[in-house]
Write a new protein. Structure first.
Length: 142
């Protein structure tokens, strides 16, 4: 019996151990990210109005941009500010399905612009002018 126990322990400690050292799927979303989402939605929520004017003008012409773009941008802006107030008041508690994720879910074909098909909002407000998520480099690799 002792010999069998010794062999089992020797084989058990001698085998390679595979540990999962990756972060859990929800670790990206925490209370500080929820607070930063709330602050950015409150401060930059009005950016939706000129953003929608430009998008509607490019897609349907300038008349649609200055009519439908203003109306749609105002709707999206009010919704974004409302989400900002909600997340600011509840940033310390996991309120959306027991997580700190945004109440408007991710879905969309473009990974860069995470849109919700229901209301079209991304996690953070859009940027005006040059977008900083593109990396440009003048170096060459041979």
């Amino acid at each position: 019996m002792k010999k069998l126990l010794l062999i089992t322990l020797t084989l058990g400690f001698g085998m390679p151990v595979h540990a999962d050292i990756q972060a859990p799927p929800g670790s990206k979303y925490n209370s500080s990210r929820k607070l930063s989402r709330a602050v950015s939605n409150l401060l930059y929520g009005l950016v939706e109005i000129p953003e929608q004017i430009v998008r509607k003008s490019q897609a349907d012409g300038s008349k649609a941009g200055w009519s439908h773009g203003v109306v749609d941008g105002t709707r999206r802006s009010l919704r974004r500010v409302g989400y900002g107030v909600y997340e600011l008041l509840t940033f310390y508690t996991p309120s959306h399905h027991g997580t700190f994720k945004q109440p408007y879910t991710r879905c969309g074909a473009d990974d860069r612009i995470e849109m919700n098909s229901r209301d079209g909002l991304s996690e953070f407000p859009p940027e005006l002018g040059a977008e900083s998520h593109f990396v440009h480099s003048r170096s060459q690799n041979f």
